[in-house]
Design a protein around this ligand. Structure first.
Ligand SMILES: [Zn+2]
Ligand SMILES: [Zn+2]
Length: 240
């Protein structure tokens, strides 16, 4: 084993120890869930009274769908390739990597999954805070305001879409997966089988572009971050 790998494995275990021992790290997840869902509701209250017509609604929703898949896929790519375990964010990064070790989720009602998994999206808190201020002040209105709302809600829906790939699927979810409206279970399996591949997880539509970006900028996770938890024997992420 290389010295670098041994160091990373030690740093990973230390980061997970901090995640388990320092209550703040698990509290961050709960705070992020609460803040994201509250701000989404608040944004909806500001946006929904605005009328933009059916055609604009459909176009805005479609554009938001593609952009959500792309941006969330990029964040996933960044996180899967991040091994900065010694930083303040280290415990959150390490616990994130355990989604490759234990992809299966605890089964829960969907609104609970939506709420809990929104807690892994710290970046969305900042996005929503700026969006709420911009819409409340009238800086962003109409279709653009709906775009912000759809993007933020679909970012949480993407987590539910990924949840469906690691829990037993009912017929409707299978149907939506086959239509590629949600993430297709066989398609997403490639992310876990191959390396540096198919990071998008709302429906995977933007993967051809993300795969190219990943190949250009990252070495992948199979020979890096996936090996860092090889000597970790503790519990997994809270909701898994
Ligand atoms: Zn991943
Ligand atoms: Zn997965």
């Amino acid at each position: 084993m290389s010295d670098l790998l041994a160091t990373k494995q030690r740093q990973f275990n230390e980061a997970m120890e901090r995640y388990e021992k320092i209550p703040g790290y698990k509290l961050i997840g709960r705070f992020v869930s609460f803040t994201n869902v509250s701000l989404q509701i608040f944004l909806a209250i500001l946006v929904v009274p605005q009328s933009i017509g059916l055609l604009s609604q459909v176009l805005t929703f479609g554009l938001a769908y593609v952009l959500t898949d792309f941006v969330n896929g990029l964040v996933h790519m960044y996180m899967d390739n991040n091994d900065d375990y010694d930083s303040y964010a280290g415990p959150l990064i390490a616990s994130f990597h355990l989604h490759h070790r234990t992809p299966r989720y605890k089964e829960n009602p969907l609104h609970i999954v939506y709420y809990n998994e929104s807690g892994s999206k710290l970046w969305l808190v900042f996005f929503l805070a700026v969006s709420v201020v911009a819409v409340a002040k009238g800086i962003v209105t109409g279709a653009a305001a709906y775009g912000l709302l759809y993007f933020s809600v679909l970012s949480s829906v993407a987590e539910v879409s990924h949840y469906f790939c690691h829990t037993p699927q009912n017929k409707l979810v299978k149907f939506l997966g086959n239509l590629r409206i949600l993430l297709n279970i066989r398609y997403h399996a490639q992310h876990h089988l191959k390396d540096n591949y198919s990071y998008a997880f709302l429906n995977g539509l933007s993967d051809p572009l993300i795969n190219r970006i990943a190949r250009k900028f990252y070495a992948g996770y199979k020979n890096t971050t996936d090996l860092h938890y090889a000597r970790y024997e503790g519990p997994g992420t809270e909701n898994r």
